[in-house]
Design a protein around this ligand. Structure first.
Ligand code: DGJ
Length: 730
């Protein structure tokens, strides 16, 4: 049983295969968080909390005489605000009387089979009947604000999801100013925070920092989950490594403004609160209404590798959906770095011919194909092909490409509009902007107000028309600027704090309609590379363009950071030209292939410029990816080195679930004279098995490869790479 209620103690225990989560309602209804960590059955964890009077912390009124219980020093499941717990709260609200106090008390709970869903928002799903749902209802007796705390327990996968639904049973409107999807109290220990920061072309860089006595915030206020921070954090023991140590992952399934706040308090405990970003957020909850937070996906594991494996499996099987989420992903060629805006039909067909000849399966026409789009100054919003861009029309191009045996894919950026477009000329009020204020620009474009039904309908109609009129097998959904001037002309002044979230709801609604109506289309997310790489988007698009930096060397760092939370199958990754267009660096074709193949694989260069020998190498890469795809996308991923530490090579490994096959990739990223062989300790193998290494023509026991390691000879040159294939032979 993954959810157990002890009625006498009013205690609820959630169990997954390797973890235990416990909470308990006390006599006054305060819901204590008692434990989350390695599995430990048959225990009431309240024995750890020895009530004590801590100066200036105060007591709930009911405890005024004993002075032993303070909300400020005990772990809470969904902490109150303004009533004696001075740490981070679960929510901040303004009650109809102007007060801001909030004190949630336990009322009831319910256990359901299956996994809850969230209206209008993405949420993990359970098609196999393996999950259970717990709903705990808390209410503030004075304000009549209630909250249902949802827990999805995926026992076998070691995942617990959380979300909250606020409901107003009072007479007046309550304003929600901050809402957490989940709060987690870690009462004892010394904790590091692992987070993934970056910028455009350098997303999700691994960062690790000890948590001192301050409040740390990882957040985005850009209207998108962002290049700068990712809605995924890990709290880990300060000694934790890839292989061992307590790690707690918290991932928000949301693509807009978010925040993860971490506070270490006077009692040395750590509190983490994660939810929608509160900057500029204010949601009016009228009597009778309810409001759902996005879902947070929680996981406890021993070591980073195990944490990543659990997230990867969960995202692949219970977040991504549709025909492609576990299936072969077509190897693609994308026109962007091959032609940029310099499109003409002959050039595109020539690129497609080369691609077909090399075994590539999908041709993607990137930006520049639609009305007015000769550069990035114009056209966004007008999703029609015109003779000035494609003289014989999109239909003619698609038939030529399909005649070559390739599938056809198309780039769109639906949420945006250029001032120089028919759409903007007809509906200037459809863009986010504040009357009387000049809007901030980004890439010469404005953001459409997706909180509006008419805008949603226009985009739905435009995309439906494209997908119905043409044989399109793939859509790249781009998003190339942050939100600013977040103001909707259809909403009253007091509702403007809702716009950023309503925008995200509008986007999700649009995507939901399209993915359901066009189940055969593979959707790939993109936001100037990986600016919206999150579990929310992965619910609609099983792969996301990982970064606009296609240079294999920095790409390794980007993919390394991304791999902590997200599976390799989610990371769009392409071989591009040298010298690389973003960095000017030359790297060999095999190294570019090795790095790009550790993702949803493709090419993005003028294939016609390759030599015959290089074309042969591309053919081999495509063949190899197809052979190894199940291992790469479906196997367990191990980071063997940390590219953010000084070393001279980066290595990572894939091991099949049954441990019968493994693939090690090595890239020498710093050239040194007189350097020694590359020594790596493999991971995840069967210690008792014997493996044959194809490239070395030798056999080794799994134990030897994991405990003693394997040495690969040093190779001279610019960023050389190697692949080592292992097959279990006995
Ligand atoms: C940003 C994307 O990340 C690129 O791959 C490309 O599609 C451009 N936009 C096109 O404008």
């Amino acid at each position: 049983m993954s959810i157990i209620f002890d009625e006498a103690k009013r205690m609820i225990t959630l169990s997954t295969k390797h973890s235990t989560y416990q909470m308990k309602a006390d006599d006054y209804g305060y819901l204590w968080h008692l434990y989350y960590g390695s599995r430990a059955d048959g225990q009431d964890f309240s024995y750890q909390y020895l009530g004590q009077d801590v100066g200036f912390s105060g007591q709930p009124y009911e405890e005024k005489d004993s002075r032993l219980i303070s909300l400020d020093t005990t772990p809470q499941e969904y902490p109150s605000f303004g009533v004696g717990d001075y740490r981070l709260s679960g929510a901040e609200v303004v009650n109809p009387d102007g007060s801001r106090c909030l004190s949630f008390r336990y009322v009831s709970h319910e256990v359901r089979n299956g996994k809850y869903s969230i209206p209008g928002l993405p949420a993990s799903y359970d098609q196999d009947g393996i999950a259970k749902t717990l709903v705990i209802t808390l209410k503030d007796p004075s304000s009549k604000l209630g909250v249902h705390l949802y827990y999805g327990v995926f026992e076998e996968l070691d995942i617990i999801t959380r979300a909250a639904e606020f409901f107003n049973e009072g007479e007046g409107t309550i304003v929600l100013e901050r809402v957490s999807s989940a709060v987690l109290d870690l009462p004892f220990g010394k904790w590091d925070l692992i987070h993934f920061h970056g910028r455009h072309c350098m997303e999700r860089q691994f960062g690790r920092a000890p948590m001192g006595h301050f409040i740390t915030e990882i957040s985005s206020g850009r209207g998108m989950s962002s290049h700068q921070h990712n809605p995924f954090v890990i709290l880990c023991d300060k000694e934790a490594t890839e292989d061992r140590g307590d790690c707690y992952g918290m991932m928000l399934m949301y693509s807009g403004n978010f925040e993860a706040k971490v506070e270490r308090s006077q009692m040395e405990d750590l509190r983490v609160a994660m939810g929608i970003g509160s900057k500029g957020f204010a949601w009016n909850l009228a009597p009778g209404e309810s409001f759902f937070t996005p879902e947070a996906i929680l996981c406890h594991a021993d070591g980073f590798a195990s944490l990543s494996h659990r997230y990867h499996r969960f995202i692949r099987h219970h977040v991504t959906r549709g025909k492609y989420h576990l299936a072969h992903r077509p190897v693609l060629v994308n026109s962007w770095e091959a032609t940029y805006f310099d499109l003409d039909e002959d050039r595109l067909v020539a690129l497609a011919k080369e691609a077909a000849d090399l075994g590539i399966e999908l041709f993607v026409l990137d930006d520049g194909w639609f009305k007015g789009r000769k550069d990035d100054n114009a056209g966004l919003g007008d999703w029609f092909d015109t003779p000035d861009r494609l003289p014989h029309g999109l239909g003619s191009l698609i038939s030529k490409i399909r005649a070559l045996g390739l599938k056809f894919g198309l780039w769109v950026e639906p949420e945006m509009v250029n001032e120089d477009s028919d759409l903007y000329r007809a509906h200037p009020d459809w863009a986010l902007s504040v009357p009387g204020r000049l809007p901030a620009m980004g890439r010469n474009q404005l953001v459409l107000d997706l909180s509006r039904k008419d805008v949603q309908e226009y985009l739905y109609g435009a995309l439906k028309r494209l997908l119905t009129e043409h044989e399109i097998s793939y859509i790249k959904w781009d998003f190339n600027r942050c939100l600013a001037d977040v103001y909707s002309r259809l909403l009253p002044a007091e509702a403007q704090g809702e716009v950023a979230h309503r925008f995200v709801l509008g986007l999700y609604g649009l995507l939901e309609r399209l993915v359901n109506e066009f189940p055969d289309v593979l959707f790939e997310g993109c936001a100037g590379g990986g600016g919206r790489f999150d579990a929310g988007m992965l619910y609609y698009t099983p792969q996301i363009w990982c970064s606009d930096d296609t240079d294999a060397i920095p790409r390794m760092r980007i993919q390394h950071g991304t791999s902590f939370g997200y599976p390799v199958s989610a990371m769009g990754s392409h071989v591009s030209a040298v010298p690389n267009h973003q960095t000017g660096r030359p790297t060999p074709l095999d190294t570019r292939g090795v790095v790009a193949m550790s993702g949803a694989f493709g090419y993005e260069l003028d294939l016609g410029k390759l030599t015959d020998a290089e074309k042969e190498e591309v053919r081999d890469q495509v063949r190899m990816f197809r052979e190894d795809e199940a291992l790469i996308h479906g196997g367990n991923y191990y980071r063997l080195t940390n590219p953010t530490e000084i070393g001279y090579f980066t290595a990572w490994e894939f091991v099949s679930e049954d441990k019968n096959r493994a693939l090690v990739n090595l890239v020498m990223d710093i050239a040194q004279a007189n350097s020694f062989p590359l020594h790596i300790r493999l991971k995840g193998l069967d210690p008792k098995a014997v493996y044959r290494i194809e490239e070395a023509d030798g056999t080794y026991t799994g134990a030897a490869l994991m405990y003693a390691g394997y040495s690969y000879p040093r190779v001279l040159g610019d960023y050389p790479s190697a692949q080592i294939h292992l097959t279990k032979i006995e």
